[in-house]
Design a protein around this ligand. Structure first.
Ligand code: AMP
Length: 323
């Protein structure tokens, strides 16, 4: 019924074959804007609503939880899998970022929630071309001023420009009624929500809670880079944040006291000092301004980034606020 291309991969591994057969069983894998628009058109013609879950692939249970949340808010769920060059700096891991489309298609097929995967090429998404070198970029980009330079944006200055741009493009390509993001990337939620508001985009944004491993570590596609020794100490980050959240819920509102709890709990797990803290922030969910003194009635986002060997981990908890 729809224009669908099959996966074209030079080497047909067993997982590739599995992905192709599952694609035939119902999950459509679409590579062009034209094809995904056909899906959108069909759902609209059927009177069905459509939710989009944008991802960069290498799917884990955190992503699958977003698909399930999406299904609660729309009749049909589509997911995009696109490793977006514009949110990587030239020195970052664009080439190394895991690309596991056959396994992702298998996972989505087994879950049975998603009807269509939009997996475009960079050329499809960036008709003017794309390079990670910002000075050489041409064409249209979306910047969300005031929310993109602090926290993650301080270390990765062009990251949120890349994120906002690709989300705007995905919303234009797929035209969903609902778009779902994970709380795991809290600043991304703040930036995208502001973009949707400012650009008057006709889509409802849903934020789903962070899915964690049994020991508290937030699931992430980058966790696979951790050595066994690093993986053992990685829960230090979530231990610190979750302890501070518990203290907040028990009445502790003082910034300094909450930061001290993060530090103490993190070091209790990381006894050898392997976790290098980049930042711990307690900031307004509206403008990302750091809270001074005590957290007020609007609450705050407590977020942190650490380095563990060559892997960078981020996590956050919400202190009396929503995203
Ligand atoms: P990514 O592929 O890493 O860009 O993530 C795609 C979406 O999944 C984003 O909205 C992320 O915030 C979300 N996500 C990633 N990890 C988790 C997690 N552990 N729990 C919930 N959502 C997540």
């Amino acid at each position: 019924m729809f224009a669908t291309t099959t996966l074209r991969l030079a080497t047909r591994s067993r997982s590739t074959a599995a992905a192709m057969s599952t694609a035939r069983r119902g999950l459509q894998v679409l590579h062009t804007v034209e094809a995904v628009r056909a899906v959108r058109g069909a759902t609209r013609a059927n009177g069905q609503t459509l939710a989009l879950v944008p991802t960069m692939g290498a799917l884990h249970d955190g992503h699958l939880a977003l698909m399930a949340t999406a299904k609660q808010h729309a009749d049909v769920v589509a997911s995009s899998i696109f490793v977006n060059p514009a949110q990587f700096a030239p020195h970052e891991d664009l080439d190394q970022y895991p690309r596991t489309l056959p396994a992702d298609v298998t996972a989505l097929t087994e879950q049975g929630v998603v009807s269509a995967v939009f997996a475009p090429t960079a050329a499809e998404m960036y008709p003017s071309g794309i390079t990670t070198n910002v000075a050489e970029q041409r064409g249209t980009f979306v910047s969300v001023a005031g929310l993109s330079h602090q926290l993650e944006g301080e270390i990765r200055p062009h990251f949120f420009r890349g994120v906002a741009t690709v989300v705007a493009k995905l919303l234009g390509a797929v035209q969903p009624d609902v778009v779902v993001f994970g709380q795991k990337d809290a600043q991304q939620c703040v930036v995208v929500r502001r973009m949707i508001t400012d650009l008057l985009l006709p889509v409802t944004m849903i934020v789903a809670p962070t899915v964690r491993e049994a020991d508290g570590l937030a699931m992430s596609s980058r966790n696979r880079y951790l050595s066994p020794a690093e993986r053992a100490v990685a829960p230090a980050l979530s231990a610190g944040l979750l302890a501070a959240q518990t203290a907040f819920e028990q009445g502790e509102k003082r910034r300094d006291a909450l930061l001290a709890i993060v530090d103490r709990e993190l070091r209790a797990v990381d006894t050898k000092g392997e976790v290098k803290v980049e930042y711990v922030s307690i900031a307004s969910a509206t403008d990302l301004a750091e809270v001074s003194g005590e957290i007020g009635p609007d609450g705050a986002i407590m977020s942190a980034a650490v380095r563990l060997g060559s892997t960078r981990l981020i996590d956050n908890v919400l202190l009396g606020t929503t995203l």
